[in-house]
Design a protein. Structure first.
Length: 505
């Protein structure tokens, strides 16, 4: 048995079979939903067996917080991430912490997420969003929210990070890179499920063969972008430039070309669907809750004034405090990177009484942890942005809100995602009135990330006369800490040298 936990057992779904284990207890197209369902009855820690692979899931907030203690635990790569290495190699997300390239890339790329770097991405975010608005303004009927948010975040990221324009809103054709990347990524994910299945090796070979042209296209395109930049004048204005030009400040080492390709793929994969899912869930809840939408719109009107086309300055983005709470709450209920793996540095005994030894790993299930009534109350399933009012955030136990992961392997792109998301929500709500289909029932699609599927909105341009006067009085608290139990209390606008990514968010 892999991930044996020295033979210790945990509650598991009913109906386990001798050879296949618990495979019948999971919907293969909705594994996360199946696990969330099981978490309700199986408790804070449970297991799931697929052939000879054991998965241990942590669903309780108290135990999840324990696994976030960096002094005793670190990131571990469960099978889904290990097989993603076929696609993204030792890029930041899929590297083992002890691998040379993780430390090197982490140190080299941190400057790409400091406040000055974020200031340089702001106009790119604005410009790409203008293109989306122009595209919408020429469209008839409702828009497919997840589809368009995904195009937007992919386009923004590729422009900001690699100065590459895929023409998502200006061309009628989909750039072939996008389907090729998705196919290569899906293949890597499917490989993960075949590790222990009988006949898995054969199916894996077939999948790899079928995916080879897609993978080759993606690799060639990126290698071409890198070669072009190497041949041109030196510049460290974006992430790619930093990777090409900057030696490590202490050791003088640089990333090699293969690793640069892996980092580019990593940033595209880790950075765009996560953000578009967050935006889509936030818009879903706004459309569902007219009173919350009204408050959010009042805030945008107060900050941006009477012109529906107004664009916030970089510094203004941090002022949308209510919108930030809306986003935080959407990421509580639906953390779009919904799980991460943790393993102990040395043998430990968990508060559940189980012993965990180096080599054992558990998967922290964020949507379950973020809905644990012990921390979030009996109304944990309700959407209530005011849970993230500063005093309420401060009153919660540490390490119980982790949409961006934890410790040294926490999300390096967190500030990029937050800045982009707030900017998009602010401009979108200021410019349009939203209405959703009241008959729509939330359907969450599961890939590496999660997002609403089939969710449409009708957008009606707002006129200056329709803009409201300003937020309600209770919104005007003087300052707000970041909602998580971050050790960095500087807020969204203090992206920065003082708040390094990888801090305990
Ligand atoms: C709402 C949006 C986002 C969410 C919810 C999110 C979530 C996460 C989480 C949970 C992790 C930790 C995974 C683990 O421990 O296995 C992570 C890591 C990472 N994220 Fe994000 N992310 C988002 C946006 C972004 C963006 C915009 C970028 C790039 C610009 C990015 C790049 C990365 C990278 C490179 C890592 C790996 C860091 C390391 O291990 O050193 N993410 N993210």
């Amino acid at each position: 048995m892999r991930n044996d936990w020295s033979g210790q057992t945990f509650p598991h779904p009913p109906g386990r079979l001798r050879f296949v284990g618990d495979v019948r207890s999971v919907d293969p197209s909705r594994p996360l939903m199946s696990m969330l369902q099981h978490a309700r009855t199986l408790g804070e820690i449970f297991e799931f067996q697929v052939f000879d692979q054991k998965f241990v899931f942590v669903a309780g907030a108290r135990l999840g917080a324990e696994l976030c203690d960096e002094s005793r635990f670190g990131k571990d790569l469960p099978p889904a991430l290990t097989s993603l290495r076929e696609f993204a190699g030792d890029g930041l997300f899929t590297a083992f912490t002890e691998e040379r390239n993780w430390g090197l890339a982490h140190d080299l790329l941190r400057p790409a997420f400091t406040r000055p770097a974020m200031q340089s991405y702001h106009p790119i975010m604005v410009e790409t969003l203008d293109e989306l608005f122009a595209y919408w303004d020429h469209q008839e009927g409702p828009v497919d929210v997840s589809r368009d948010m995904t195009k937007l975040t992919m386009e923004t990221l590729s422009r900001a990070a690699f100065s590459k324009d895929f023409g998502s809103f200006t061309s009628t054709e989909v750039h072939p890179f996008v389907p090729a990347m998705i196919s290569a990524l899906r293949t890597a994910q499917r490989l993960a499920t075949l590790d222990t299945a009988p006949g898995g090796a054969l199916i894996k070979r077939r999948l790899r063969r079928r995916n080879a042209p897609h993978q080759a296209y993606v690799d060639d395109l990126i290698d071409g972008v890198v070669a072009e930049r190497r041949a041109g004048p030196a510049s460290d204005h974006d992430l790619l430039g930093i990777m090409l030009q900057t030696p490590h400040p202490e050791t003088g080492e640089r990333l090699d070309d293969l690793n640069i390709r892996f980092q580019i793929l990593t940033f595209l994969v880790a950075g765009h669907e996560t953000t578009s899912g967050a935006l889509s869930f936030a818009l879903y809840y706004l459309a569902r809750h007219p009173e919350i939408l009204a408050r959010a719109q009042a805030e945008t009107d107060e900050i941006l004034g009477p012109d529906p086309d107004a664009v916030p300055e970089f510094e203004q983005v941090a002022k949308f405090r209510y919108l930030r709470r809306v986003l935080d709450e959407a990421l509580r209920l639906w953390p779009t990177a919904p799980a991460f793996g943790r393993g102990p540095r040395e043998e430990v005994t968990l508060s559940s009484g189980h012993t965990m030894r180096p080599g054992d790993w558990a998967i922290v299930m964020l949507p379950a942890m973020h809905r644990d009534p012990e921390v979030w109350g009996e109304d944990a399933e309700e959407f209530d942005p005011d849970r993230f009012l500063p005093e309420r955030s401060r009153a919660r136990p540490a390490h119980t809100y982790k949409p961006f992961g934890t410790g040294e392997r926490a999300c390096i792109g967190r500030q990029f995602a937050l800045h982009e998301s707030i900017l998009v929500l602010a401009r979108l709500l200021h410019r349009y009135d939203l209405s959703g289909d009241p008959g729509y029932v939330l359907d969450v699609s599961e890939r590496l990330t999660i997002m609403p599927e089939g969710f449409e909105l009708t957008l009606t341009p707002r006129t200056p006369a329709a803009l409201t006067g300003g937020p309600a009085e209770d919104d005007q608290e003087p300052s707000e800490v970041p909602p998580s139990e971050s050790t960095c209390q500087a807020g969204l606008n203090a992206i920065s040298q003082t708040c390094p990514s990888g801090s305990d968010t």
